[in-house]
Structures are given as structure tokens and as C-alpha cells.
Design a protein around this ligand. Structure first.
Ligand code: GCO
Length: 457
């Protein structure tokens, strides 16, 4: 059902429609006003890491064009903006000196949102770790968790009075497994022991970050954004089902378990616990503090089968083929039902607070033709997935908002600028922004949404 009016009518009046971005993907100005390099500056400047050896030096030049970008969000008619704060702008070496100019930028940005009546949803860590911290081991060092706690305190002391919500981390799955085990994201490590250290210290940093937020800005709803994987067994065989459960624990349980239950999953600990760093007394209590909300980033299901290879490391799975033949330009299977089953499964397994879809969207790379971008498949993707969110609300799941990824085309990490996720097209030569067909549709949806729809709020 692509009719934006009908779809809008399926959401309760207090539902939030928004758009999302992340600092390193849009800001550029990597050497300005006291910012120092992050691990992503180093990584993207090495050959062979990022498509075309592209980096974040200019990106969408949002650091200079933020007012125009906030006008764009306002024009789209959405009520919330999810963005992230760059740690290397605020504390350029990770520890030590605070850079007031870095705080000034976000101060202006948040005031700009307030002036326009847009809610500010900030993420403290969206992968741009100050490079200096790699000298201590980066996320594989316990000291990084304490450095994060101080950073969180500094940010919240200055900005907490105007934030509508804050998340500690964005997608720890990526900054742990993708970055330290699969080697695809910065720092490009491929080592299980390193990854297990990054896992525990990231979880710990989340907990310490929540402590900091509660201390200095207790009124800001605090949460965590997870890219939970919708793990689907490749067949009904016993072996594949067991493989799917192992994959669930490895990809989801190692984050949801400590945060929402105060424990790491048993099967994971049996297989890999001996290689974890010491879990100190009190760590799991810090990590499992109650949250006000959690965010789900969902794009595509994960299909797995049993890996029969002798000695295969936990979770010992291989990829299973997609079910849907529809794929986005980045190669990800489009399968909206997996979003619904994932959310339900997570609420069955864990005691979860309110949920926001903090990211959902599709990569399609069609360009400008006669001044327009006709990205119908992206529009279809949004309509279908929003339909699933509306179904979840009808089923009583506390879904409170939806942020489209992304406001505009941007630096898609290892894929560089080749892969486009924006509702707004960015011409990287001129930095012109052009609302795509999907963006106009989302604008209509947001415009239709509040009308006469507040009864249920
Ligand atoms: C993510 C990311 C985004 C990506 C998006 C598309 O959290 O994975 O927040 O940075 O651009 O997911 O891959």
C-alpha cells in the first residue's frame, strides 16, 4: 500500500517520523576547528579499504551547510532528526583537552533544530573513534570505555538541556564484529580475540555512558541503537535451526543479553567465553541499567545454514540463499516480513522498553534525469516496511517512531560515495541537494500524518 494518506492514518498521533544521518558520513571539514583524525580518517586514507579510496574530508559538507540541511528537514515536514556527535571534534585525542569549538558546532545545530520545531535525537558514538585512542588498543582496551564515559559526560553537560533523546552507541555489531572480526570497517582487524575484547569493552562503555547521562542530564531519555539481525534458518532441518539459534546469540544475544538481562548467552560463553577479557565484578550491573528506549536499525534478513566444516568456529554457520529475488543496489535482499518477526521475537526473548526504528531504508543508485530522481523502488521499500511497523503497532508492540536512513546520500563507509541511501540526492560536484521521488513521497506522508490523527495519542 503506497498511498501515503492511508498509510499515515495507520499511525497513532504521538508517533514520530524522522530522518537520520551520522557525523562522519555527512560532515566533512575533518581538519577544521580543532578536530583531529578518527579511525575512519586513517582507514579510508589507506589504499584498498574504501571503494575508490574515498574519504570523509568533504562528504556532504554538512559542517558548512548545516542551516540549509536543517531547512531541508523542515521542508520535508518530519518532526525529528537523528544525528551523531563526532567524538574527535569534542575531545580530539579521546582523552585530555576538551575542544570548545567542537561543542559549539552541535550547540548551534541543536538550537537550529529547536528554532525549526524539530526534535533532536543524538547518538554519541557512530564509529568515529579518536585515532589517538588506537595507541592504547582502541576498543580492545578497557581504558577506552572510561574515555567514552568522560566524553558522554562532557557532551551531556553542554547539550543535554536541549536533547529530546540520546543513544550511547549506534550498531555495536558493526563496531565490534564488522570492524574487529571481519575486517571490513575501521580499524580493519580480523581477529576473534580482538573482537571479543571490543565486544565487552563496548558493552561496558555503553553502561558507563548511561551512568554519565543519568548523572548530568537525568531527564533526557537514554537508549541504545542495535542492528539486531533477523536470523532465518535456511531450511527446517534440525541442524539449520540449531545454526540459526547460534547465529542469533552471536549476532544479537551478545548485545541484548548483557544489556537487557545482565548476562552473556550460555552457548556463546561455552564456545568463546575463555577468550573474553576479564569480566570484572560489577561490569554486568553497569551494562544492564534500565534504558528508556531502544532503537532498531533494520535493512535485510540474515539467512544461515549449519557449517559442517570440522573445527568451524562458533557460531559455525554459512550463508543460506535469499528467499526474495528483490535486491537493492548494494545486494541486500528486500524482505519486509523479517522486520515484523524480528521485533516480535526480541520482545518475546527480552524485557524491552519502547522501540524506535532508528534506521530503515534502501540503497538505489539511480541518478538525476531532467532534474529529477525517479527512485520508485526506494519508495516501495519504505511503504512496505512502514506497513510492517503499522502492523506491529496494531499488535500492541510499543513502536514510537521511525527514522528513514537517510536524509541524504552520503559516505557509505567501505562502499564510499558509490552507494546512495538518501531521500535527497547529493550532487557531490556542486553539493546541490535534490529531493528524490521517495523524498517527496515521505514528505507527503509526514504532511498527511498529523491531520485529524491525534485521537489515539
Ligand atoms: C548503520 C549505519 C549507517 C549506514 C546504513 C546503510 O548504522 O549501519 O548507521 O551508517 O549508512 O546502515 O548501510
Amino acid at each position: 500500500m503506497n498511498d501515503p494518506k492511508k498509510l499515515a492514518g495507520r499511525f497513532p498521533g504521538d508517533f514520530l517520523f524522522g530522518v537520520a544521518t551520522a557525523s562522519f558520513q555527512i560532515e566533512g571539514a575533518t581538519k577544521e576547528d580543532g578536530r583531529k583524525p578518527s579511525i575512519w580518517d586513517a582507514f579510508s586514507n589507506m589504499p584498498g579499504r574504501v571503494y575508490g579510496r574515498q574519504n570523509g574530508d568533504v562528504a556532504c559538507d554538512h559542517y558548512h551547510r548545516w542551516e540549509q540541511d536543517l531547512d531541508l528537514i523542515k521542508d520535508m515536514g518530519v518532526s525529528a532528526y537523528r544525528f551523531s556527535i563526532a567524538w574527535p571534534r569534542i575531545i580530539p585525542d579521546g582523552t585530555g583537552r576538551i575542544n570548545e569549538q567542537g561543542l559549539d558546532f552541535y550547540d548551534k545545530l541543536i538550537d537550529g533544530l529547536k528554532d525549526r520545531g524539530i526534535k533532536a535525537y543524538a547518538t554519541l558514538y557512530h564509529w568515529d573513534l579518536p585515532l589517538t585512542l588506537m595507541g592504547e588498543g582502541g576498543w580492545t582496551a578497557r581504558s577506552t570505555a572510561y574515555a567514552f564515559q568522560r566524553y558522554a559526560k562532557v557532551v551531556m553537560s553542554r547539550l543535554g538541556d536541549r536533547l529530546d533523546a540520546v543513544a550511547t552507541f549506534n550498531e555495536p555489531w558493526c563496531s565490534v564484529w564488522l570492524s574487529h572480526l571481519y575486517g571490513i570497517h575501521a580499524p580493519g582487524e580480523k581477529n576473534m580475540d580482538a573482537a571479543l575484547h571490543a565486544l565487552h569493552y563496548t558493552n561496558l562503555a555503553h553502561g558507563l555512558g548511561i551512568d554519565a547521562i543519568r548523572q548530568v542530564a537525568p531527564n533526557v531519555p537514554a537508549g541504545l541503537v542495535l542492528n539486531a539481525h533477523s536470523v532465518v534458518a535456511g531450511s527446517d532441518s534440525k541442524a539449520d535451526k540449531a545454526a540459526a539459534e547460534r547465529a542469533f546469540q552471536f549476532n544479537n544475544g551478545v548485545f541484548f543479553g548483557p544489556v537487557f538481562k545482565g548476562e552473556y548467552p550460555d552457548n556463546f560463553m561455552k564456545a568463546l567465553g575463555g577468550r573474553m577479557p576479564p569480566i570484572e565484578d560489577g561490569d554486568l550491573e553497569v551494562i544492564s541499567q534500565k534504558l528508556d528506549w531502544w532503537g532498531l536499525n533494520y535493512y535485510t534478513p540474515m539467512r544461515v545454514a549449519h557449517n559442517p566444516a570440522k573445527g568451524a568456529e562458533f557460531p559455525a554457520v554459512v550463508d543460506a540463499p535469499p528467499v526474495s529475488t528483490v535486491k537493492t543496489d548494494i545486494g541486500w535482499e528486500v524482505y519486509a516480513p523479517a522486520l515484523g518477526s524480528l521485533v516480535k521475537d526480541l520482545y518475546d526473548r527480552y524485557d524491552l522498553p519502547d522501540c524506535y526504528i532508528t534506521e530503515n531504508g534502501a540503497c538505489y543508485n539511480m541518478g538525476l534525469e531532467n532534474g529529477e530522481v525517479d527512485d520508485q523502488p526506494r519508495l516501495d521499500y519504505y511503504a512496505e516496511h512502514l506497513g510492517v511497523v503499522a502492523d506491529l503497532i496494531s499488535d500492541g508492540v510499543p513502536m514510537k517512531g521511525y527514522f528513514a536512513w537517510s536524509l541524504m546520500d552520503n559516505f557509505e563507509w567501505a562502499e564510499g560515495y558509490k552507494m546512495r541511501f538518501g531521500l535527497v540526492y547529493v550532487d557531490y560536484d556542486t553539493q546541490e541537494r535534490i529531493l528524490k521521488k521517495s523524498g517527496k513521497w515521505y514528505q507527503t506522508l509526514a504532511g498527511e500524518f498529523p491531520k485529524g490523527n491525534h485521537a489515539s495519542s
